[in-house]
Design a protein around this ligand. Structure first.
Ligand code: NZQ
Ligand code: ZN
Length: 388
């Protein structure tokens, strides 16, 4: 482990079937005005809304509702939320939903009192907030992004064809996160597997970088194994509490800053996925799955040792009689077979992408340097074609 780093995670997590009972106690730490953000209505159908509202009312809170946070939240919606938060001078933003709702809540938290244009300041220029940050708490209902315990906030600007993820400092992370695996039982299968692949890919993005012996990589391997085992159970029986709880906890640890310690990290699959998302508005996890195999086959020769280790330690491939190349390829074959088994999208066509979008998508793809090979614009075009 050769890196120099700081580690802290201020999010208090309450996990398990009874975790919502901790909400009332957490609410005592904040003033009376609570902005309640949620998505397109799933929480009203499955009863989570009623349970949360009751706790808010019993705690004497005045609730300002902000429904309709869409998947891949937009800049226009962010402005709407900022107005509600500022006009009512809210004391807490409570996000009840998946990554989109929680990311959005964090966006509102730093933007409501921002004197400058938030898109420009935070998402394009990566500046730090220097205004009041409204605290965020969350109740997670859809697993994958890790937003419940990190400082990420991804916003889509359709006018500029850009989807940008900003990672803020620790002070923007949710103050508390309520994780009840049962809440995920009503998530449609397409979203469930997209979330599982999203979490798996978060681990890959951190794992496939560097050549030193690093504790973070061993933790990553364990998390990947847990996701593989539990995903196989959950696709057959989505109501399996044990599997869904393991997926929930593994996904949180996949992106709560721990496994990136001491790593340069890659994140190129996410850069491709976000550019594809900006053009298609497709489900985040599926934008990653569609490009992953062509991407990893492209960079594999430059990080062959790690890909061999991936085959051996994650997929239990007996590599003893194989060349490095054969072993590395075998690991990716196992990954491909698992992706097919759980049913993630493997082609950009299925996401509504068109060949005439490729130049635009490639130009909107940020080219990073942390992985085993820095891509060029032409590499991106090649990968998009192979993913089509
Ligand atoms: O809007 P509702 O009606 O709630 O429906 C949602 C939505 O349609 C539904 N859903 C959520 N919980 C449910 C449920 N349906 C039934 N029962 C439940 N319990 O699921 C759909 C997807 O929800 P969404 O929040 O959009 O999904 P996800 O959690 O995958 O979040 C995606 C967003 O997070 C960003 C993505 O780019 C995307 O914008 N990411 C955030 C990251 C972060 N903060 O670190 C990292 C990720 O890489 C990712 O980029
Ligand atoms: Zn992701």
């Amino acid at each position: 482990m050769l890196g120099t780093f700081k580690y802290a995670n201020p999010t208090r997590v309450f996990f398990g079937e009874k975790s919502l009972s901790y909400l009332a106690k957490e609410l005592k730490n904040y003033g009376n005005k609570v902005m309640l953000c949620y998505g397109g209505g799933s929480i009203k159908k499955n009863g989570i809304y009623d349970d949360v509202i009751k706790i808010l009312k019993d705690s004497g809170k005045t609730v300002f509702e902000d429904p309709g946070v869409m998947s891949n939240p937009t800049l226009e919606k962010l402005y709407e939320g900022c107005k509600i938060a500022k006009d009512n001078d809210v004391d807490l933003i409570l996000a009840v939903g998946g990554g989109s709702t929680i990311d959005y809540a964090k966006g509102v938290s730093v933007s409501a009192w921002c004197k400058d244009e938030p898109w420009e300041k935070y998402y394009l220029q990566n500046q730090k907030p220097d205004n009041k940050i409204i605290p965020v708490g969350c109740v997670l209902t859809m697993v994958g992004t890790g937003s419940e315990m990190n400082a990420g906030s991804v916003i889509t600007n359709h006018k500029e064809n850009l989807k940008i993820g900003r990672v803020f400092d620790d002070n923007v992370m949710p103050k508390f996160a309520i994780l009840n695996p049962k809440y995920t039982f009503t998530v449609p299968k397409y979203q469930m597997v997209a979330g599982i692949y999203d979490a798996f890919n978060h681990i890959c993005e951190q794992y496939f970088s560097d050549t030193d012996d690093n504790t973070s990589d061993y933790i990553s391997e364990a998390l990947m194994k847990s996701l593989i085992v539990s995903s196989r159970i959950a696709v057959k029986n989505p109501q399996d509490y044990e599997a869904r709880s393991n997926i929930m906890w593994a996904a949180t640890w996949a992106l709560n800053t721990l496994i990136s310690r001491g790593k340069t990290t890659d994140w190129e699959v996410h850069m491709l996925g976000q550019a594809i998302g900006a053009y298609t508005d497709a489900t985040h996890g599926m934008t990653l799955s569609a490009v992953s195999l062509p991407y990893y086959r492209h960079i594999m020769p430059y990080g062959i040792e790690k890909f061999k280790r991936f085959a051996k330690n994650v997929w239990d491939v007996d590599v003893t009689k194989m060349s490095d190349k054969e072993a590395a390829e075998e690991g990716l074959k196992k990954l491909e077979a698992w992706m097919k088994e759980i049913g993630v999208v493997l082609s950009l066509k299925e996401l509504g992408a068109k060949e005439e979008m490729f130049e635009g998508i490639a130009s909107a793809t940020f080219l990073l340097k942390g992985g085993y090979k820095a891509l060029t614009h032409d590499d991106v075009i090649k990968i998009l074609k192979e993913s089509f």
